[in-house]
Design a protein around this ligand. Structure first.
Ligand code: SF4
Length: 436
């Protein structure tokens, strides 16, 4: 029996898909890359961006043809959009057999079995809960793993739907996390990512002394080759965390720190609860304590009320900080969030102009930062053949930058030393010089 899973959105959704894959495998399904041959099709959806949601609707709509061809095929829609818009999905797409929420993943096997017995569509959405069982996930790469440490978010940034679809913050117990990290280490995992919408809030709800920096230190002591984490909130990024990254070699020198805007006025409207000055002080603490630390970010342009001078402040901040990479987005309102009610909308043309300027500035900086890598010898974790050129292998540097190089496939899954020969706009070309 074949199943097809398509994941939209963030790393938390990718992890949820690994869990879905685990439960499907337990029911006897194997994963397929082909929609046509799959008896069960699962779309694990994202509700963060309006544009993504619109595109998603197109994707779900296109499944109707497959359902008509084979009415026995089971079509499931899960994830944040399902959690948020279950009624709309059921109404607009009556051929969808199962709608399941972000807290119902461990039930997916039972839901599919039930659907095979009953005619009507099934909707299973818990409004809250916590159904993580850490060891129950099916990882696509045996040497890399996500490890969720906290779910949900209490921050209510005015543009964000996450607190409404993932609920309030709930930290997993430190012992469970450490046990799982030990298990993954024994299984040969070389690169682990501690995951959460705001990892820096870890432990606030546990009523114990443990916070994120002490958890990170405990995980790093297990000795996994690379320990990374995401996402951090600038308002909660502590000096102690900077010291833990500095003092533990296997905690990678890469921090994803969403800026969102360089204007205090816009940050306030976004309810981000920090100023540019605070953000710069965090960046300064990182850069002055951690050698060669790569900082990546998220930036939104065209937020309601944003004016030319606000946008200029964002460009100035980008020039000053010199992010290794930035994930840039044009603002679009998400129904149900505070920002969706805001006035003073920025015109689509202006948003597009600003976006173009920001992207070309950041692309130039990314290329210049990549150029600085030329001639350096760096460690890479080899992941796969390059999708760009299958005569080359693809590895990841400490900050997730891709490096391509020629080598026998036997090094896939290993740490290697690569000498960087040439910088490209978004990746590097290297030469294999050693295998660990
Ligand atoms: S910190 Fe803000 S942007 Fe991030 S998940 Fe929470 S509400 Fe959303």
């Amino acid at each position: 029996m074949k199943a097809f899973i398509r994941t939209f959105g963030c790393q938390m959704n990718e992890y949820d898909s690994e869990r879905i894959a685990y439960y499907l495998k337990n029911e006897g399904y194997s994963l397929s890359e082909s929609l046509d041959e799959a008896e069960v099709i699962i779309f694990n959806t994202c509700a963060v961006r309006q544009k993504a949601k619109n595109r998603l609707y197109g994707h779900i709509g296109s499944l109707k043809r497959l359902k008509q061809k084979d009415p026995g095929r089971i079509i499931c829609v899960g994830g944040c959009t399902a959690q948020n818009l279950k009624d709309t999905i059921q109404k607009d797409f009556p051929f969808v057999d199962i709608v399941f929420g972000t807290y119902n993943i461990s039930e997916i096997g039972q839901l599919i079995s039930k659907k095979k017995r009953v005619k009507q569509a099934i909707c299973s959405i818990k409004e809250q809960g916590f159904d993580y069982r850490l060891e129950q996930s099916e990882r696509p790469l045996p040497f890399k793993a996500y490890l969720p440490i906290i779910s949900g978010c209490n921050n209510f940034c005015s543009y964000c739907i996450v607190p409404f679809v993932r609920g309030r913050e709930r930290s997993l117990s430190a012992d469970d996390i450490i046990n799982e990290a030990c298990r993954l280490s024994r299984k040969g995992v070389l690169d682990i990512t501690l995951l959460g919408q705001n990892v820096n809030s870890y432990g606030n709800d546990l009523g114990s002394d443990i916070d994120f920096s002490s958890l990170l230190e405990r995980v790093s002591r297990i000795g996994i080759e690379r320990v990374r984490f995401m996402t951090s909130h600038p308002k909660d990024f502590s000096q102690r965390l900077v010291r833990v990254i500095r003092d533990n070699d296997n905690v990678v020198n890469h921090i994803h720190l969403p800026l969102q805007s360089g204007s205090d006025k816009v940050l306030e409207k976004m309810n981000r609860k920090y100023t540019l000055r605070h953000y710069l002080s965090v960046v300064d603490a990182i850069k002055s304590n951690i050698c060669n630390c790569s900082i990546t970010t998220d930036i939104i342009v065209g937020f309601p009320g944003e004016e030319e001078e606000d946008f200029e402040k964002t460009l100035d901040a980008v020039k000053k900080i010199r992010f290794s990479r930035a994930f840039t987005f044009i603002y679009s309102p998400r129904e149900g969030t505070a920002a969706a009610e805001m006035e003073e909308l920025v015109s689509p043309k202006l948003k597009k102009d600003w976006f173009g300027k920001l992207v070309s500035l950041q692309n130039r900086i990314t290329y210049e930062e990549n150029k600085k890598m030329e001639g350096k010898q760096l460690k890479a974790l080899v992941e796969c053949k390059s999708p760009k050129d299958d005569s080359l292998l693809q590895g990841r540097l400490y900050d997730n930058t891709i490096v391509l190089f020629a080598s026998p496939e036997a090094v896939i899954g290993k740490m290697v030393d690569v000498k960087v020969k040439k910088a490209k706009a978004f990746y590097l070309i290297g030469e294999l010089v050693g295998i660990h």
